[in-house]
Design a protein around this ligand. Structure first.
Ligand code: C5P
Length: 314
């Protein structure tokens, strides 16, 4: 069923390009537990997929290649170390098919931003290659392969709003009546390394400077059900914020500018340095984004909304 066997009926897979859109994630609650013996931290998190997205196009090829445009072009290695290539190979090995595809990534999600952009691209590669190769795996099978690629990757297969436990890879959807939440995403200059932020958190905790751990996500889940942005704003929390602020003190000014511009609340997204702000509605989000940009405290600020579906063919 390769690209050239025109005599054979194409029973499996797409002959044309497959385009997959994948969202960025934020964490509405990020409770970080102790460091485990395997080097990961036990998490209690609520993931939320937002409208900022990347797109991955997969075409038939006779080898596996990756090209890209947009955020991070020239900075991101496109070889076998890239999570997109590793995802395609992991799916091919699981399904017993050759890992042949020409992949092209259009990135809007910043690198090392705390928005799980690399994990999102890996999730997109799984969904795109599954369609291209006609391997027909279920979301749960794709999520199981995803867990081997990174802690956030299974969530980006599912999307929506979901509770994450374990090291973040065990995902269960949060069932709620449909509500749209409006956010402002403030992207910083330069990234932060996730393992370094975790190490800084461990260091702050060892010296008693990290504050009380958030623990369970119950209060956040209850706030989501009330569908009131002011209630959700009061429940947002991130144990990694103290560590991100310790490594990047300038983020305090970003958080302050968001609140001065009318955000209901602002938090560091995941391990940072992106900050996210909850707005009362869509027009507020646009106004707050303009206010943050005018304050000159970040590279760019954009309105977004959520929840959005996970990686999907468009
Ligand atoms: O799972 P992923 O490869 O994305 O994780 C990157 C790094 O982040 C891990 O090697 C680990 O240092 C840290 N991490 C952690 N606890 C988690 C998830 C990630 O300490 N729950």
């Amino acid at each position: 069923w390769g690209p050239d066997d025109e005599d054979e009926p194409r029973l499996r897979g797409a002959s044309g390009p497959v385009r997959v859109r994948v969202p960025a994630k934020i964490n509405l609650h990020l409770g970080v537990g102790p460091l485990r013996p395997d080097g990961y931290h036990e998490l209690n998190t609520v993931y939320h997929a937002i409208s900022l997205h990347d797109e991955l196009t997969a075409r038939r090829g006779d080898t596996l290649t990756l090209t890209m445009e947009g955020e991070g072009t020239g900075e991101l290695a496109l070889d076998d170390s890239n999570l997109v290539i590793r995802a395609a190979r992991a799916l091919a090995a699981y399904a017993g098919v050759p890992a042949y595809a020409r992949l092209h990534l259009r990135k809007q999600i910043p690198l090392a931003g705390g928005l799980a952009g690399g994990s999102a691209d890996a999730a997109a590669a799984l969904v795109a290659c599954d369609a291209l190769w006609g391997t027909g795996l279920s979301r749960d099978e794709l999520a199981a392969i995803a867990a081997g690629l990174g802690s956030d990757v299974p969530f980006l297969i599912h999307g929506g709003t979901a509770l994450g436990t374990g090291r973040g890879e065990a995902v269960s959807p949060v069932l709620a009546r449909p509500t749209s939440w409006h956010w402002v995403v403030a992207v910083a200059d330069g990234g932060l390394s996730t393992p370094e932020v975790y190490r800084e958190l461990d260091r702050l905790r060892a010296s008693g400077a990290a504050g009380t751990p958030l623990g369970s996500a119950d209060a956040l889940l209850a706030a989501l059900r009330q569908r009131d942005p002011a209630v959700l704003a009061a429940a947002l929390g991130n144990d990694m914020q103290a560590a991100a602020l310790s490594l990047r003190p300038a983020l305090a000014a970003t958080l302050k500018a968001g609140e001065a511009a009318g955000a209901l609340a602002g938090i560091v997204s995941g391990s940072g340095p992106t900050c996210v702000f909850l707005a009362a509605g869509e027009s507020d989000a646009e106004r707050i984004a303009a206010g943050i940009e005018a304050a000159g405290v970040c590279r760019a600020a954009r309105a977004a909304h959520g929840p959005m579906p996970g990686a999907r063919v468009v």
